[in-house]
Design a protein around this ligand. Structure first.
Ligand SMILES: NC(=O)c1ccc[n+]([C@@H]2O[C@H](COP(=O)([O-])OP(=O)(O)OC[C@H]3O[C@@H](n4cnc5c(N)ncnc54)[C@H](OP(=O)(O)O)[C@@H]3O)[C@@H](O)[C@H]2O)c1
Length: 261
């Protein structure tokens, strides 16, 4: 452990798998007490067990981002257990297609998919910010340059577009706008707010749903000739929550192999 997040309490939504699970492990390795969250207790408990096994501190609090009461309870429970919240990594999102495929073309538009995507990726994110901000403000000491941090995970696909993803991209694009708004409104109270715009990262779910055609499409877009790994996003998130980023707010850090600048 190198202790870049020592003493911090970090909520990471959607950390029962994929990028969130990787960030949870890295945050714990950097000394944070991590609140692992998602709907699946089974997968959340496995992430917590792995972190504890490696000597880190973590616990699981279930939360469904499509349910405002559940979001409020997540933050209240985290404060009750740990006394503070220093970081909110807003990572959870749904791709919400019945088939398990990410693509939901506009010609196949389905109201259930639309509702779930809006409820989780837009409404849920706004409620999450609303309920977490009081704790983040409370933990910050801006006069001493001690800040709290919001990091929201966006996708670079919103910049380039891609076939068959109008619902997913439409509900992910607002992330960058949200963090800029929060950066303006809450910077004075010591809350930094940034976005990581992720390119294609080889998570288990991404590899499962990616077609060969899409693979080739992304590699053509990338300036670098390879895909991202979960640790690429975790490295960026650790930086943005650490004191090394004390003067960084309102920005979008592209971690996307040059797919979009
Ligand atoms: N992988 C990529 O290439 C890539 C690229 C660009 C952006 N991103 C973004 O990175 C983030 C993580 O993606 P990933 O690839 O790691 O996906 P993933 O493995 O499918 O993880 C998604 C996480 O979100 C949680 N989640 C989904 N719906 C939820 C809900 N209603 N309430 C609470 N939690 C919910 C899931 O947990 P439960 O099932 O336990 O609820 C899971 O832990 C997303 O915001 C995604 O848009 C990923």
């Amino acid at each position: 452990m190198s202790g870049r997040l020592e003493g911090r309490v970090s909520i990471i939504t959607g950390s029962t798998s994929g990028l969130g699970a990787e960030m949870a492990a890295r945050f714990a390795a950097e000394g944070a007490r991590v609140v692992v969250s998602g709907r699946s207790r089974e997968r959340g408990d496995a992430v917590v067990a792995a972190i504890r096994g490696a000597g880190g501190e973590a616990d699981f609090i279930a939360c469904d981002l499509a349910d405002e009461r559940s979001i409020r309870a997540l933050v209240a429970d985290a404060v009750a257990r740990h006394g503070r919240v220093d970081d909110l990594v807003a990572n959870a999102a749904t791709t919400a297609t019945a088939s398990g495929e990410k693509t939901t073309g506009i010609l196949d538009l389905d109201n259930a998919v639309l509702e779930t995507s809006i409820a989780t990726n837009i409404r849920g994110l706004l409620w999450l910010f609303k309920h977490a901000l009081p704790a983040l403000i409370e933990a910050a000491r801006p006069a001493e340059r001690r800040t709290s941090s919001i990091v929201a995970i966006g996708t670079s696909g919103t910049r380039n577009g891609a076939p068959g993803m109008p619902v997913y991209f439409s509900t992910k694009a607002p992330v960058e706008v949200m963090v800029r708004s929060l950066a303006r409104e809450f910077g004075g109270r010591g809350v930094r707010s940034n976005c990581i715009s992720a390119g294609l990262i080889q998570t288990e779910s991404e590899m499962r749903t990616m077609t060969e055609e899409f693979r080739r499409y992304v590699l053509k877009l990338n300036a670098l000739p390879y895909f991202g790994r979960p640790e690429d996003i975790a490295n960026a998130a650790v930086y943005l929550c650490s004191d090394e980023a004390a003067y960084v707010t309102g920005t979008t850090l592209c971690v996307n192999g040059g797919a979009a600048f």
